[in-house]
Write a protein that binds this ligand. Structure first.
Ligand code: GUN
Length: 294
């Protein structure tokens, strides 16, 4: 049977460590990290994520500044709010939940967040640092989902050096930074995507397969090498019988589980890790600004 990578348990371990670290920071600096969470409108999935992120932040002792705005909020007003938060010393991290309404230029909004307060690690400066920094640079704010995937892989205590890693998906928030992180681990990295020719054959060569394409149960057993390690980033809601629905990943779990060495489940795999890494980034942002004070 494969190792099932229990993201909930591993994320809890990370959150427990952060809670202790934040208690110590409070003693040292007489303040705690602050995270501003901005959501526009009421997209159901976004509301679920924002609620989970807010709850987890409070649990570890982070101050949360909640900004739930109307869907019709205009871009200037949103950027004005971000500018205020950029100046607010109690706010160390700013998160704008994506996707934003179509009328808003996502890139402009994300670029208006100060790189030092970019809790998601999406700012071009942070993405640039990710690609040129040393391995284990603890001051970096790294996109949360790919970093969470890497932490899941590290739990297996396997040597990643030289392994064939295939990332399915080339999004700015998962696929591209994931490839950078794996490259830093000295994997041989291939990124495949919706236009890749013969995607199945490339995936079949993967020792480590990261599925982040957002298509329910896209990866089947014929795509998977015997003994591979699979991290499933997908969170897709599919209809089952009648009105019922369930969450599935980008990998057909039941099809592949018997041939893999380890696999992350959906739900309970990458999702909780993403949230824990957001809290990590907020704490890093706090430490980066406070380190010169004492
Ligand atoms: N929407 C889906 N994933 C994410 C994420 O990691 N951060 C933000 N801000 N929005 C998202």
């Amino acid at each position: 049977m494969p190792d099932i990578l229990d993201g909930k348990k591993i994320a809890q371990k990370l959150k427990d460590q952060l809670k202790i670290e934040i208690e110590n920071l409070k003693i040292k600096f007489n303040r705690v990290p602050g995270l501003a969470v901005i959501q526009l409108g009421n997209v159901a999935a976004s509301s679920v994520y924002v609620k989970a992120k807010t709850k987890a932040a409070k649990e570890v002792g982070i101050n949360v500044f909640d900004h739930h705005l109307e869907e019709a909020t205009n871009q200037n007003d949103l950027i004005n709010l971000i500018n205020q938060l950029n100046k607010n010393e109690d706010v160390n991290g700013i998160l704008v939940q994506l996707p934003l309404p179509k009328s808003i230029n996502e890139e402009m909004v994300l670029n208006s967040i100060l790189p030092g307060k970019d809790a998601d690690g999406f700012h071009p400066l942070n993405i640039g640092k990710l690609s040129i920094s040393q391995k284990n640079d603890e001051s970096l704010m790294i996109p949360c989902t790919p970093y969470g995937c890497l932490l899941l892989l590290r739990e297996l205590n396997i040597n990643l050096v030289g392994k064939n890693a295939v990332v399915i998906g080339r999004s700015n928030i998962v696929g591209k930074p994931m490839a950078q992180l794996l490259l830093k681990e000295s994997c041989t990295v291939t990124t495949v995507h919706s236009k890749t020719i013969n995607i199945e054959n490339i995936c079949k060569n993967a020792d480590i397969l990261i599925a982040a394409i957002g298509k329910p149960e896209f990866v089947k057993k014929e795509w998977v090498k015997e003994g591979a390690i699979i991290i499933d980033v997908g969170i897709n809601r599919i209809k089952t019988n009648g009105d019922k629905s369930k969450l599935v990943g980008d990998v057909m779990f039941s099809d592949v589980e018997h041939r893999v060495k380890a696999i992350s489940p959906v739900p309970g795999g990458v999702g909780p890790m993403t949230i824990a890494c957001l809290l990590r980034n907020t704490t890093i942002a706090f430490k980066n600004v406070n380190k010169y004070l004492k």
